[in-house]
Structures are given as C-alpha cells and as structure tokens.
Design a protein around this ligand. Structure first.
Ligand code: GLP
Length: 260
C-alpha cells in the first residue's frame, strides 16, 4: 500500500484530485469507480474546479458508482443518483449515458446486482476505483464480515452505518436498511484504487485497514491484497497508525517517492 499523509484535509483532497486528474489525462477513456459520502464532496468540488479552470475533461470517461440504497428511485433526493448529479455529474462534461449506479428501485434487486457486475466487465473493468471508508471499516456498503470474495449483491446495513447516514434522511426509521453494493472482490479487481480518509473519526478504521490483520471484520483491510492501492490521509485520520515514521520516510509530506 502507498500511504500518503498530508498535513490537513484540504491538502489531502488536492493530492487525491491530482491522482484522479493524472489518470484521466493519461487515459481520457478511463473507467472510473466512484464513491459517495461526505469525504468525497470536496474531492468532487476540486475536480469540477479543475474542469472549469484547467480544462480537465471527463467526456471520454465511463463511471460506475459503488452502491445505491434499495427502495430509492433515482429521483429520490437522498439517493446516491441524486448525490452524484449534485456533487459531480452536472458540474463536468461526463456523458450521462456512460454514468452508472446500481438500480436501487429495481423490481428484482438480485438480478440488478448481477447485471451491474456484467456491465462493469463489459466496460473492460475499472481503471481507478475511488473509495471512502466507514467508521467500522466498510468500503462501498461491504459491512464487517462481508465476504472478501464478494461481487455486486444486496447487503444489509449495520445500525452504526444507518446512524452515520441518518443525517441525510428525515429519521433513523426512514434511513434505508438495504443497499446494492459492488463486492470486495469487485473492488479488488480494479486496476488501481484510491481510498481517501479524513478526520479523527476514521483513525481507528484506517489503522485496522493498513496495519491490522487481513480480515472480513474490517473489509477495507482487503486492500492489503491490492497491488496498486493508494491511501490518502490527513494527519487526523492517520493518528492511530503505528508506522507513521516509515510512511513519512517513503512519501515525505505525502508526495511521490523517489521511485514513483
Ligand atoms: C457510506 C458509503 C461509503 C462511504 C462511507 C463513509 O456508507 N456507502 O462508500 O465511504 O459512507 O462516508 P463519509 O465519507 O460520509 O464518512
């Protein structure tokens, strides 16, 4: 794992935006795996700004989001479809026909999950997978004990994840219990992945992911198996790591190493 520790959230977001921009400029036809959550909002803002100011173009890219709540139609204000429109898609030149999210309102969510996995394969797989991390170590909606060999499917959300996401809904009761999420193995099949974590609330999960045992108890620890995983952290999210001195030696200030 490439562990990049930046002084603060803003620097971490700009560093992550550099990595996305470099991927898209290097391969304008990139297939991007996109994520939602509060952590990603400033990243999408930074990318939209680079689109406006520097001409960074997403016109040739294809995107697949990690997950969507079951029972929410694409026009539901709390759906991830709406999140993506508001946070990113409407601010850049990505072709709406090439943006994909799981169909949370499908009559048969199981079939919709399988179809989604097929669509990713048909697109040639994901070049760069963006990820956040839940406080309990989840990636996508792969909650603790999710199979490390899992593909896109239905997952039941933990109470802690529902509580964390309750702020986007009217009440805890209205916060969805189920989601369609790409699996841990789907995420591991991406050619590169980029996980971003900011803030002290993520510090324990980050330490478990990077330095803990490989375990379904912390689904993000599966990234230890990924050959090209980059983890971008601010100091607060890195605060429970034991080997910080080593990460700082390899990537001083979160910058590239001498061999990158
Ligand atoms: C949600 C999403 C995840 C995201 C996580 C963390 O549950 N399904 O993809 O990484 O929350 O969200 P936040 O960035 O708001 O802490």
């Amino acid at each position: 794992m490439k562990v990049l520790i930046l002084p603060d959230e803003q620097a971490a977001i700009q560093r992550a935006a550099d990595i996305v921009a470099r991927t898209v400029s290097g391969n304008p036809g990139s297939v991007l795996g996109l994520a939602t959550g509060g952590t990603m909002l400033p990243l999408y803002e930074a990318l939209a700004q680079r689109h406006r100011d520097d001409g960074l173009s997403f016109a040739g890219t294809t995107s697949f989001n990690l997950d969507e709540y079951i029972g929410l139609a694409p026009d539901h204000p709390c759906s991830y479809h709406q999140y993506m429109q508001k946070a990113f898609f409407r601010h850049v030149d990505i072709d709406p026909a090439r943006t994909h999210l799981p169909k949370g309102d499908a009559a048969d969510p199981r079939a919709a999950s399988e179809d989604y996995e097929t669509l990713i394969e048909q697109a040639g797989g994901i070049d760069l997978q963006l990820l956040g991390i839940g406080r309990n170590g989840h990636i996508g909606f792969n909650e603790p004990t999710a199979s490390l060999g899992s593909r896109t499917r239905i997952k039941t959300l933990t109470t802690s994840t529902r509580r964390a996401n309750q702020k986007y809904f009217e009440s805890f009761e209205e916060t969805p219990r189920y989601a369609i999420t790409t699996g841990v193995a789907t995420i591991l099949a991406s050619r590169k992945c980029l996980l971003i974590a900011t803030g002290a609330a993520k510090a324990r999960a980050v330490a478990d992911m990077i330095e803990g045992p490989l375990s379904a108890a912390c689904p993000a620890s599966a990234l230890q198996l990924h050959a090209r995983a980059t983890i971008v952290l601010d100091k607060a999210a890195a605060s429970e790591l034991a080997l910080t001195e080593y990460y700082e030696t390899v990537h001083p200030g979160g910058q590239d190493s001498v061999f990158d």
